[in-house]
Design a protein around this ligand. Structure first.
Ligand SMILES: Cc1cc2nc3c(=O)[nH]c(=O)nc-3n(C[C@H](O)[C@H](O)[C@H](O)COP(=O)(O)OP(=O)(O)OC[C@H]3O[C@@H](n4cnc5c(N)ncnc54)[C@H](O)[C@@H]3O)c2cc1C
Length: 322
């Protein structure tokens, strides 16, 4: 998928910020995922733009990953280049009530900045693990508040690495755990978020309260990908799966969490196929009991396991896919 000329162009541009045929499991919270043809971690926005231009010129597909907290990557891994934006992590204050955040900034970095500067508004997101890019792409939130409530405007690059016009909030089509209407292949690179100057102790207290309630209700000490299913209108996926009697169900080393039935946890060595079998069993059981067909919230990425016959069919038997 990445031929010699493309590999040379990427290597000379990214130096040690690119790895070829690299495992993705360590970049996901579930600790599951086959290899990517390549994983790049651009140093800044310009390098990201130039990397996208190289991929476009060489017809290399690109996939952007945040911190991997809401993805399930299959055994065959991801063809083409996976982009990680963790070096784009600046957070800056813009006047009284805005902060400018780069897409790779983590939930911890953003939360620390808000506490240090006594800025209120993002307390709800402190316990939602990920990066700003993932928060926006998923419209991450908790019951009362979502990213759509705090976004002022966002910056994007298109698939060729060209800057797109900044999109103000009223041109963004946020839905439940989704952001629709972006140009296909575009990448969120930064956003300005609305905040309010507040009392640091109160902000800290609210964050602690929310984190405490998470600790009591979610399996946060074991690898998972957060909510597997979207909540159907008027109900909760976890309640429906529990009512169908599936809490604690195992497939290999994957298990429907005994703590929260909308979480699937990895006890060590689980495969994407184990998780997909649990997803299928939960979906069927809930549909049989209630007629409700659950939709997945977790993003399924990558291809199924590559078998010898698959490799032969692709003409890559015995060789390196890249
Ligand atoms: C223990 C636990 C608790 C959780 N609790 C919550 C919760 O309360 N509420 C909630 O909403 N979620 C929750 N989640 C899910 C997860 O934290 C969120 O979905 C978060 O937004 C994922 O961010 P990420 O950076 O890890 O994105 P990833 O999981 O890496 O990616 C998610 C999607 O976003 C896309 N994406 C990422 N960055 C960009 C970018 N820069 N440009 C374009 N697309 C991009 C990816 O391609 C992918 O499709 C939880 C997860 C865990 C493990």
């Amino acid at each position: 998928m990445i031929d010699a000329a493309a590999r040379l162009a990427l290597e000379s541009h990214l130096d040690d910020r690119i790895e070829f045929d690299a495992p993705l499991a360590r970049h996901t919270s579930l600790r599951i995922g086959g290899p990517a043809d390549a994983i790049a971690t651009p140093a800044d926005r310009d390098e990201l733009a130039a990397t996208l231009a190289i991929c476009d010129a060489h017809s290399i597909p690109t996939t952007v990953l945040g911190a991997g907290f809401n993805v399930l990557i299959r055994e065959g891994g991801i063809r083409g280049l996976v982009l990680r934006l963790k070096k784009l992590r600046e957070v800056e204050r813009r006047g009284q009530d805005l902060i400018a955040v780069e897409a790779g900034a983590s939930h911890a970095t953003i939360t620390r900045f808000c506490v240090d500067h006594a800025l209120s508004g993002l307390e709800f997101a402190a316990g939602i693990p990920g990066t700003l890019g993932g928060w926006l792409a998923m419209n991450a939130g908790i019951g009362v508040r979502e990213m759509k409530d705090v976004v002022h405007e966002i910056d994007l690059l298109d698939r060729r690495g060209m800057a797109l016009p900044t999109l103000p909030r009223d041109r963004l089509d946020f839905r439940y755990r989704a952001l629709h209407g972006l140009e296909p292949g575009s990448i969120l690179v930064a956003a300005r978020l609305r905040v309010t100057p507040g009392d640091r102790a109160r902000i800290r207290e609210e964050i602690d309260r929310l984190l405490e309630s998470r600790r009591a209700t979610q399996p946060i000490d074991i690898p998972s990908c957060g909510s597997v299913f979207r909540n159907p209108p008027g109900d909760h996926a976890g309640r429906l799966i529990e009512a169908a009697g599936l809490k604690g169900l195992r497939e290999g080393a994957a298990q429907i969490s005994p703590v929260h039935a909308n979480f699937i946890v990895n006890h060590g060595g689980a495969t994407a196929s184990d998780v997909l079998r649990l997803i299928d069993r939960a979906r069927r059981a809930v549909a049989d009991e209630t007629g409700i067909v659950l939709e997945t919230e977790v993003k399924l990425l990558g291809t199924p396991a590559r078998t010898a016959s698959f490799e032969e069919a692709c003409g890559i038997a015995g060789g390196n896919a890249s």
